[in-house]
Write a protein that binds this ligand. Structure first.
Ligand SMILES: [Zn+2]
Ligand SMILES: [Zn+2]
Length: 108
């Protein structure tokens, strides 16, 4: 089980798509990666009932636009996750999203 490192986060609808389905632009994925270099975001609630309109900055990508926010949490990251994301987004080593630039386990 991955360790929960961050609790009580709120993320925007773009981040929900990214977190739930690995769908979205590479730009968005990279913005999230820069804000969360050592955590993996997961959705932490029921999307149908826990959406909440908010002016709060998105904890995932940093979007300041008001809109629906959904509960999320940050987990300790793993190698396998980074590699899965690299496959999903086709990122190379120049990207901050790429495994080689994020994985502290392999860098040790
Ligand atoms: Zn967001
Ligand atoms: Zn690794």
């Amino acid at each position: 089980m991955a360790l929960v490192t961050h609790d009580d986060l709120l993320v925007c609808t773009d981040c929900v798509q990214l977190i739930a389905n690995a769908e979205g632009t590479t730009d968005l994925a990279e913005r999230v990666a820069r804000r969360w270099p050592d955590a993996h975001l997961v959705l932490a609630g029921d999307l149908d009932t826990e959406a909440e309109f908010s002016h709060r900055t998105c904890d995932g990508c940093g979007d300041t636009l008001a809109g629906d926010r959904f509960p999320a949490a940050g987990l300790e990251t793993t190698c396998a996750l980074f590699k899965r994301l690299d496959r999903a987004f086709g990122t190379d080593t120049r990207s901050p999203l790429h495994h080689d630039n994020r994985c502290t386990a392999c860098r040790r």
